[in-house]
Structure formats: structure tokens, C-alpha cells
Design a protein around this ligand. Structure first.
Ligand code: TMP
Length: 211
């Protein structure tokens, strides 16, 4: 079982992932929760470069190749070995983030990005991708409050500092990309409370995997 979560800032991905992990473990599955960027040793270094406010001078292309490097390492060193060991893997972001943020957000060609992703993932695609959808104004507010609370504004705040119009493009991009990949994506409304959102996710997971 390989499930990925996608969405703009502040959709509550981490909370939902923790709830799904608990749900699956209660059913006797062994679960690995991981993330991009930063799921591997090298990835943790790349995450610092990518998300720190100092990274404002990164060009769009540099950013792209760092995300792809993170993904290639993550797939080969972390995700594939876990699946081979029989674990279920849940990743907080994966290849779709590149198509949407670097493509619809930054203006690079989404189709070309999909080709680059094919190299990075080496044939390993999620069986299910849950897109948590929320109004960008609400999402950004939530994400900024979280970064302040956790003292991460400088270390992790580069994308939160992007304009509202960037986040609106990203949100629309996600919805378009999900419509183009209907067999894999499920769009879930992330605006209700965490428990109600999880009910939707649980239903989708049960349907897909018969858990
Ligand atoms: P997060 O871990 O808090 O979600 O932050 C990761 C940020 O990196 C988020 O703003 C989305 C961005 N991102 C990309 O732009 N491209 C990618 O391929 C990935 C994985 C993340």
C-alpha cells in the first residue's frame, strides 16, 4: 500500500496522516510515514536548502532539480525498501507536488515535469493520492499560525511567504491535475474539522484497499 497526500499549505495533512497511520496500525498493518522534501538522509539537507527563507535566490530550475534529487533518493532508499519489507507507506507529498508547484505555480511546463518525475520515481507511483482541498486564504492563515507556534517561520517559511496569487494558482493546478489523473486521485474537502475530514479519507481508503 502506497498512499500520498497532497494539497496547499495549511490543509491539515500531518494531522490526517497521523490519524490514518493510527487507523491502519489498529488493523494490524505496519506503516511507514514519510515526507518530501526530507524523507531520506540526503533529503533532510535538501529540505533545509529548499524551505529556508535564505533560499529566495534559488532559480526555478535549481529548485526543480533539488526536489527531483530528493525524490530519487527517497524512492530508492526509503519508500521502495519499506514496500519490499511489506510495510504500508504514507508520504506527505510526492511527485504531484512538483508538477503543481513548479509547473502551475512557477510556470514550468507540467508535461515536461511529469517526464522528469518518471526518472525520479523509477516506475514507483502511488496507488492512491488524497488531495486535501481548501481555500488558499484559510490554508495560508492556518500554515502561518502553525509556523509561528512552532518557531519555524525562517527555517520552513519560504513557500508560505509566496503571494496569495501563487497559492491560488497552486490550488487550481492541483484540481486540474487531479481531474487529469482521476483513477489515482481522490479530492477531499479539508475545511471541516479534522474528524469529519478523516471520515472521508477512511471511506476512500477502505474502498480502495478493502482495509
Ligand atoms: P511542507 O513539508 O510544509 O508541505 O513544505 C514543503 C513545501 O515544498 C511546500 O510549500 C510545497 C513545496 N514543494 C514543491 O514546491 N515541490 C515539490 O516537489 C515538493 C515535494 C514540495
Amino acid at each position: 500500500m502506497f498512499v500520498t497526500f497532497e494539497g496547499i499549505e495549511g490543509t491539515g495533512k500531518s494531522t490526517q496522516i497521523a490519524m490514518l497511520r493510527q487507523y491502519l496500525e489498529a488493523k494490524g498493518r505496519r506503516v511507514l510515514v514519510t515526507l518530501e522534501p526530507g524523507g531520506s538522509r540526503v533529503g533532510r539537507e535538501l529540505r533545509k536548502m529548499l524551505l529556508h527563507m535564505e533560499g529566495k535566490d534559488l532559480t526555478g530550475e535549481t529548485e526543480l532539480f533539488l526536489y527531483l534529487a530528493d525524490r530519487a533518493q527517497h524512492v530508492s532508499q526509503v519508500i521502495r525498501p519499506a514496500l519490499d519489507r511489506g510495510q504500508a507507506v504514507i508520504s506527505d507529498r510526492f511527485a504531484d507536488s512538483t508538477v503543481v508547484y513548479q509547473g502551475y505555480g512557477r510556470g514550468l511546463d507540467p508535461k515536461l515535469l511529469h517526464q522528469f518525475n518518471k526518472i525520479a520515481v523509477a516506475g514507483l507511483w502511488p496507488e492512491l493520492t488524497i488531495l486535501l482541498d481548501i481555500d488558499p486564504e484559510l490554508g495560508l492563515k492556518r500554515a502561518m499560525t502553525r509556523n509561528m507556534r512552532e518557531g519555524k517561520v525562517k527555517e520552513e517559511g519560504r513557500f508560505e511567504a509566496e503571494s496569495l496569487s501563487f497559492h491560488k494558482r497552486v490550488r487550481e493546478g492541483y484540481l486540474m491535475w487531479a481531474a487529469l489523473n482521476k483513477e489515482r486521485f481522490k479530492v477531499v474537502d479539508a475545511s471541516p474539522g479534522a474528524q469529519a475530514v478523516f471520515e472521508d479519507i477512511r471511506r476512500v481508503v477502505d474502498e480502495r484497499f478493502g482495509t
